[in-house]
Design a protein around this ligand. Structure first.
Ligand code: AP5
Ligand code: MG
Ligand code: ZN
Length: 213
């Protein structure tokens, strides 16, 4: 099962991908998570990516394509993977096709999550993430039992530096301009499965499982 989650910032790609990981045992491959880890470690990759991410702009294609090429070759991706936040431009999608072709594989479904813009802004400005295990919360929609503490592992919750309203607006416009054309790209291949991303997290998950099974 080779899947792509496509949708604007805050649509719930990460939330739903993590639930699919638990259900199907295939890994979530998030270029955003990989880049944030590199920034936190201060590696060369992190130094390259930091200013783009803080400005809400895309990291250059060649950088993320290289990351994905390496990642998909790892053994845990053999049975499938869930791409979250990649591809984000047409050149990235074309590069992905080439990488998969070399591996004798292809994308099975592109799951699009549709959520109105005002809701996206509410979701992102209230998001909190666990430093230790990456679990995601929302201060209103999905609060942890104790404020600032992860339910799953007791880790400390933090707010992403790009989740302030100004940067969120810039991410949304980058999505409109550079990423939304991918819906057309994958529609031409007959791969798009449209999902209504509004409503309860669990109900959205049920919709996704229905499509996959
Ligand atoms: P990335 O980390 O991919 O961020 P993003 O695409 O902006 O998406 P988000 O992670 O913000 O949203 P999500 O859809 O995962 O939502 P979530 O499930 O967390 O990328 C960050 C940056 O890295 C980019 O700006 C770029 O600089 C760089 N980058 C990454 N990939 C790149 C690439 N391929 N090319 C170039 N640059 C790249 O949910 C959000 C919140 O809403 C949470 O609080 C959650 O609890 C809540 N929530 C979820 N579902 C619901 C629901 N149904 N109802 C109510 N609340 C909900
Ligand atoms: Mg995410
Ligand atoms: Zn945690």
């Amino acid at each position: 099962m080779d899947l792509i989650f496509l949708g604007p910032p805050g649509a719930g790609k990460g939330t739903q991908a993590k639930m699919l990981v638990e259900r199907y045992g295939i890994p979530q491959v998030s270029t955003g998570d990989i880049l944030r880890a590199a920034v936190a470690e201060g590696t060369d990759l992190g130094k390259k990516a930091k200013e783009y991410m803080e400005a809400g702009k895309l990291v250059p294609d060649e950088v993320v394509i290289g990351i994905i090429e390496e990642r998909l070759k790892q053994s845990d991706c053999e049975k499938g993977f869930i791409l979250d936040g990649f591809p984000r431009t047409v050149p990235q999608a074309e590069a992905l096709d080439k990488v998969l072709e070399k591996m004798g594989r292809k994308i099975d479904h592109v799951l699009t999550l549709d959520v109105p813009e005002e809701e996206l802004i509410r979701r992102l400005t209230g998001r909190r993430t666990c430093k230790k295990c990456g679990a995601m919360y929302h201060i209103i929609f999905n609060p942890p039992k104790a404020e600032g503490v992860c339910d799953k592992c007791g880790g400390e919750l933090y707010q992403r530096p790009d989740d302030n309203e100004e940067t969120v607006r810039s991410r949304l416009s980058v999505y409109e301009q550079q990423t939304s054309p991918l819906i057309d790209f994958y529609e031409k291949k007959g791969l798009v499965r449209k999902i209504d991303g509004r409503g309860e997290i669990k109900e959205i998950f049920d919709q996704i499982v229905k499509i996959l099974e």
